[in-house]
Design a protein around this ligand. Structure first.
Ligand code: ZN
Ligand code: ZN
Length: 102
């Protein structure tokens, strides 16, 4: 299942210095019936040693070019709130951020 909330909010929270123009977006388009089309060896970003950015990459969660970011996100607990979209529990379980659903 793909989560359809606003990853940009999360990105700006985790990486406060990230600017939209700094994001490298490749041309891969993931097709549900063909997992090989997701980012991998032939990805433009992979070829230039650039990691895809979650929320911008069209392969979404199937992108295989987000290793670093994925480990970082593993520390975040995502949970669904009642009627208010998704929330994130920070590493220290103190901050909760509500994300507006797209
Ligand atoms: Zn790609
Ligand atoms: Zn990608």
């Amino acid at each position: 299942m793909l989560l359809n909330f606003n990853w940009n909010v999360l990105m700006s929270y985790r990486h406060k210095k990230l600017k939209e123009e700094d994001v490298a977006v490749c041309e891969c388009k993931y097709g549900v019936n063909d997992p090989e089309t997701a980012c991998g060896e032939r990805c433009l970003n992979e070829l230039t040693n650039t990691e895809c950015t979650l929320g911008y990459c069209q392969s979404g969660e199937n992108c295989r070019n987000q290793r670093f970011q994925k480990c970082e996100y593993a520390k975040i607990n995502l949970f669904r709130t009642k009627g208010r979209g998704w929330g994130i529990l920070d590493d220290d379980n103190i901050k909760v951020i509500l994300l507006k659903q797209l």
